[in-house]
Design a protein around this ligand. Sequence first.
Ligand SMILES: [Fe+2]
Ligand SMILES: [Fe+2]
Length: 434
Amino acid sequence: MVSLSSRLGPTLCALGAAAVLMAPGEARAADDMHWFSPGLMLSLSFGDKINFGLGLDARYSLLFVGDTTCFSSPRGAVGAFAQASWLNFSAAGRFAAGIHGGVDLRRLPFGANAEVGWTYRTALSDQHPGGHGVHVGLGGIGAQIVDLAFRGTIPWAGDDRKPEFTIAMGAHFPPMYGNPGRCIMGRPLRVNGRYVLPGVTGKPRRGSGRRARIDETTRAALARSFQDDARAECASIPAFLALARDLAAVGAPRELVDRALVAAADEVRHTELCSSIAGDLASMTLAPELLPAPRRSGLDRRRELSRLCVESWEDGCLGEGAAAERARRQARGAKEAGIGAALGVIAEDEARHAELGWRVVEWCLSEGGKPVREALGEAVAASPEGPAREDVPEAEPAAWRAHGRIGQHEIEASWEKTVGLARKTAEGLLWARP
Ligand SMILES: [Fe+2]
Ligand SMILES: [Fe+2]
């Protein structure tokens, strides 16, 4: 057990960093507002003639509402589409292009999308000439991938063709409004509802601290995964500084503010540990870029308490809790010199950060009453059962494990165990008498 006083040094370091980080400025948002989503569709249209269509549907969507965290809220998007259908397995085709927009509810697997634009159909036969028209459509998005659309073609003025009505079933990948949210283990940095990760600068260096006999593919995969960890750890530094600032602003006990600052200093150490392991593997000197803290929310105190409570549940109780469990499992299998010890330190610190998350949740509940309780209840009910799938790279399994990495199965198990236990604790808090 490490006493708070022995952590004064790191706390002062974090305070020094805070002075720089609190300077006006916005962290860079990850470029996950723009989505390109190709898809396939089957259609049946009714007008002069019944036509069966087999087609391609490509969409660009710009997300203007919502987030891409793993606790995704509804998303709103506008964009452009282009379609081409092959009709009746003949030489005929239909083309359309225009703009589209709508919402995707995320937590309920349903959304709606409208579209309007231009369309052109080639002649089907001498009796059924082609022509231009106005394209309108309304569709439902199911499970974020499948869409069922009802479309109409209104022929250009002066064209004798009947209007055409089309039912189309399609599938898009990635989903029309982007992939399901990513879960970051550890406290993520959120900027405008999106997770932000820093870039890394690297300089080649001679020699390596880790010349274990592993193939180059495995070495590169290991270096990349520790570098990704270093970026996530580095993102947690401004996230904790922002937490300390926001707790102080709503009058939280000094102990909570201090513990958030200590956590920021812990994340500095985690960043160093992961950068050093990644650098040794890649024969590079690596340094993730320290990002500024996000701006204050601007909410009034009552709503800020709800926000802090829900964020501490998601990022602290779940995110940090899962990070602790994951690091524990990684440390258990690590055989390479220094890696097991580093992961052991990270596991211990992350468990303490998760504990801080619980203390913030409890304080916000006691301070904010019913609205905070309701907000937390909704967040607990909507917590994702599992983390988004991670790409576990092609690597030699024994070396992967010996270097403190785990597979998808164990990553999921860390999350599931954490969510299961955390839900029980949260329900206890929600049911407790105020
Ligand atoms: Fe960490
Ligand atoms: Fe942490």
